[in-house]
Design a protein around this ligand. Sequence first.
Ligand code: NDP
Ligand code: MG
Length: 376
Amino acid sequence: MKRKAAVIGATGSIGCQTADVLYANSDRFETVLLTAHEHSSELECMAGRLKAKRWGLTSTTPLSALLDIDIDIAVIAASGSSATRDIYELAKRGITLAIANKESIVMAGKFITAAAKQSGGVILPVDSEHSAIFQCLKGNDQKYVSRLVLTASGGAFRSFSPAELKDVTVKQAIEHPNWKMGKKISVDSATMMNKGLELIEASCLFDIPPDKLDVVIHPESLIHSFVAFTDSSVLAQAALADMRIPIAYALGYPDRIDSCAKEVDFTIPFNLTFHPPEKGRYPCFELAKAALIAGRQADIIALNAANDIAVSAFLTNRIGFTMIKPVVEKILMREYNLYSEPNNIDEVLDIDRSVRSHAAEVLEKFLQKSFELESL
Ligand code: NDP
Ligand code: MG
């Protein structure tokens, strides 16, 4: 019998790549639901290709209104933090969730994984580093894990000097050297906030303390992460930088299905390089890492929201690239330690909302101040 698949956020980068995998494996999957936020023509076109039973725009129809159907597996490919409530509701229904959306795990991973556990649902990672770790952990008892090491490409500006970074444009920031991704995650990759969010995601998904998590810069993006074990062995997962591979792994799990991706070509010589992140070069990464080590979930929610606000300000040309970190920091000066730890998803979303409304004020003041300084 075919598995009934849904794709939430089907028109984006992860969504379109999921559609490729579903199409190539149409003998295994029946697409029962596709959602997008507002791009209706792209969604209709995809629905035709996949012969989807149902599709809808979440900007006009809440996801809950589209869910009166059977779903075996849902790929969560929506961007940003706004899908967090929907992901939690899907987890409560016991549906297998293939989650690409890291913001929801960063904000509410504890509550989403608990809801899935209680309903008998399974959470499968799609983020390439987390899929790599998940694959390396398979068949190994967690008690033998000594470290998880996430690889990072170093982002679009890894070879830029601090002076060059000042003038980078939105266009440059959204062109990642190795991956083709949505705008927000491309900017997060350039600042390396993405890798900080991924450390938090890994800590939650694999229940690993921060002192057992590392990051290594690997510009070729061929190794997607390492797992080190207590006997000093290290396992790695390697593949070309193509998100259809982790998507296919999650969709087919525990089988390996056609990902449509190219294989690594071992007939051509190639070198792989690794080095630790240089101190001071990636301040956003350091902010996120510090929040993870401090361990206050309310502050992690604040960090995620502050970053969303700063990245949208950059994407709409209101602040420069090097202002992203100072804006995040300015917002957090007020928000850190302001909230009690959340006890449920509603409290998570309350903190998120509150930070965003304060952040808008902070951003306006920040812009006003830079304008005044510029006019001096
Ligand atoms: P995109 O921006 O390319 O796509 C986002 C998708 O989400 C679109 O279908 C969009 O619909 C939909 N969407 C936008 N706003 C909302 C909203 N408010 N509520 C529900 N759906 C919404 O993003 P990506 O595909 O790049 O990323 C998706 C997620 O996966 C992110 O969390 C990202 O961090 C994560 N991820 C992405 C990777 C990648 O390679 N792209 C790699 C690893 C993780 P519409 O088109 O109608 O606006
Ligand atoms: Mg990743």
